[in-house]
Write a new protein. Structure first.
Length: 365
């Protein structure tokens, strides 16, 4: 009988933690750079409250879950489930731990500790000191995956880096083009995958391209085909070759340009910022460090083969999404060479998307 009760409790923990994850994902694209967090409150096997972190700077999941409970007197007999250790420090909002303790919630079940070494375990410690029964480690791996951006930020002090490109089935990303020729880029993606890319852009804080991509394609680098925030546009322009007529200079979206000399005719403002880097040194690490200082904690790299390859060769990437179309180009710009752990392949109309993870990142995530 005792064993059966134990199994039922374990099953309940798993079911309710999955519900926390489900709720957490509702905040996708809106909480950055904060983690995605969901919370459920249970009284006598019934859910009496739910909440998730909806928007950066607003209430955390636990606060929203507690606020949703109509009869607050039930809280002192309830269990709070949450997908990440409740915070114990003052940030944009007061510590969630204080609210849990003040409401006399007797039990808390969490998936994983906060990865930040400065705060990890402190929330748990405070709750235990207050006499709260704390259970941790429920679906820990899934919880880490849910907030992989946040974990890489905290553990490596750098942005989470995603590579993305589309290539022909014979391994080319474009035909050979020169700016003077005015040739249009080869369309490999289809309408569906184009929309998916825009959805993806709402989930990251920055999007990076190189000089040639900016000049040849004149991209807007926005998420106009999906509801959500535009990422900060990031461009490498060593010799300040970019014409001011490009969409990147339209002032509609914050834009960062990496150069070796800041041009005197341009004044950096709210929407445009120039950052000098040393092009005689490895530029990848410099860019990554600067972006982290700029509080850009996730970056999608959509540049050309040269830029993508530089991140691959420096082992500075976490995930890659490679779309393979059904056309053959026979010649042109070769696609980057990459090795990683294949997670899945999805079929979208006439193309496939391969999802890879870096083995280095995979080891800690």
């Amino acid at each position: 009988m005792h064993d059966k009760t134990k199994i039922n409790k374990m099953e309940q923990n798993l079911i309710l933690m999955r519900r926390c994850f489900q709720l957490a994902r509702k905040g996708e694209g809106f909480t950055k750079s904060n983690p995605l967090v969901g919370s459920v409150i249970v009284y006598k096997n019934s859910i009496i409250g739910e909440g998730y972190h909806r928007q950066y700077g607003e209430n955390h999941a636990e606060v929203n879950a507690i606020n949703s409970v109509k009869d607050k007197s039930l809280l002192k007999h309830s269990t709070l489930y949450v997908s990440l250790e409740p915070c114990a420090h003052h940030g944009k909002t007061p510590p969630c731990v204080e609210l849990i303790i003040s409401n006399k919630i007797p039990r808390v079940v969490l998936a994983i500790r906060d990865p930040n070494p400065k705060v990890s375990g402190k929330g748990i410690e405070l709750m235990k000191k207050a006499g709260i029964e704390v259970t941790e480690g429920i679906l820990e791996e899934e919880a880490r995956e849910l907030n992989k951006y946040f974990f890489v930020n905290q553990l490596y002090s750098r942005p989470f880096i995603i590579l993305k490109w589309a290539q022909s089935k014979d391994g080319f990303i474009d035909i050979l083009r020169e700016p003077s020729e005015n040739k249009q880029p080869t369309i490999i993606s289809n309408k569906l995958t184009h929309i998916i890319v825009h959805k993806f852009r709402t989930r990251v804080q920055g999007i990076l391209v190189g000089t040639n991509t900016a000049i040849l394609d004149n991209p807007q680098l926005t998420s106009r085909m999906w509801y959500g925030d535009n990422p900060t546009r990031i461009v490498i322009d060593r010799k300040n070759r970019l014409p001011r007529s490009l969409a990147l200079f339209d002032g509609k979206v914050p834009t960062i340009i990496f150069t070796e000399n800041i041009p005197k005719d341009i004044i950096s403002g709210n929407s445009l910022k120039f950052i000098e880097i040393d092009f005689s040194d490895v530029i990848v690490s410099q860019i990554v460090n600067h972006l982290y200082k700029e509080k850009i904690y996730s970056v999608l790299i959509e540049g050309g083969s040269k830029l993508l390859s530089s991140f691959i060769q420096n082992n500075m990437w976490d995930e890659a999404y490679i779309e393979v179309g059904d056309l053959e180009l026979k010649s042109g710009v070769k696609s980057p060479e990459i090795q990683g752990e294949e997670i899945e392949t999805k079929k979208y109309l006439n193309s496939s998307q391969v999802h890879l993870k870096s083995k280095i990142t995979r080891n800690i995530l």
